[in-house]
Design a protein around this ligand. Structure first.
Ligand code: CDP
Length: 222
């Protein structure tokens, strides 16, 4: 059985970077589940579909191109907003559930474990995960981080607009009836507002390490 670290949190909270670094540290595989919703949104918009319509969103989910996970085209605000729309459709979540389950059950590359980040990993996708984190940060700090991230990809965007987008997406993600963004009851909470990425990673590692090391020992014994 693989060891799972579930990392959830709102947009630009630092969960992606922390997850990638945790995966590297433990030699685990990593999946950014948000990319699946973003790829679905991209497929819908490229087919001139409507991300709020179940039929359009479902054909988007059925045609996602995983080789485009690193494509900056899925990181735009427009795709983020459309991703939030398709992600509120239960049939889309069901369609993308299998990818996520397959990944954590049999992580690629013979890894002993998987780190998955998103909105509902600790609550819905992997409620049995051995370690769970819920990463937070103030909306202003998150808007600044997203601005830096986009600038690094050559995408220029006004910071006030980014903040408005983040607040709207937070609200939509937290209040939707299906798989809303919320910490699992057994998740460790980490507020990264005043932490740079190295300090945030150190804090995340300290929170998950005892559980992950314990689970790895048990896996070895079992
Ligand atoms: O990168 P950022 O944190 O802005 O967002 P993301 O993780 O790429 O996710 C984009 C959108 O997909 C989110 O606003 C959610 O609406 C949705 N999502 C979700 O519903 N469930 C997940 N496990 C991951 C993302």
């Amino acid at each position: 059985m693989s060891v799972i670290i579930a990392v959830d949190g709102p947009a630009a909270s630092g969960k992606g970077t922390i997850s990638r670094r945790l995966a590297k540290h433990f030699h685990f595989a990593h999946m950014d589940s948000g990319a699946l919703y973003r790829l679905t949104a991209l497929a819908v918009l490229e087919a001139s579909g409507d991300p709020t319509l179940e039929a359009d969103a479902l054909s988007g989910a059925a045609t996602i191109d995983l080789s485009r996970t690193g494509d900056p085209a899925i990181r735009t605000g427009e795709i983020g907003v459309a991703a939030s729309k398709v992600s509120a459709i239960p049939a889309v979540r069901a369609a993308l559930h299998d990818y996520q389950l397959a990944f954590i059950t049999n992580p690629p590359g013979d890894s002993k474990g998987a780190v998955m980040d998103g909105r509902d990993i600790g609550t819905v996708i992997a409620p049995h995960a051995q370690a769970k984190l819920f990463i937070e940060a103030s909306p202003e700090v998150r808007a600044h981080r997203r601005w830096l991230e986009l600038s690094g990809m050559g995408i220029e965007k006004d910071k006030t607009m980014l903040l408005a987008e983040i607040l709207a997406r937070d609200e939509a993600d937290r209040t939707r009836p299906i798989s809303p963004l919320r910490p699992a009851g057994d998740a460790a909470l980490l507020d990264t507002t005043n932490l740079d990425i190295n300090a945030a990673f150190a804090a995340a590692l300290a929170l998950v390490s005892p559980r992950v090391e314990g689970a790895l020992k048990e896996r070895h014994r079992g």
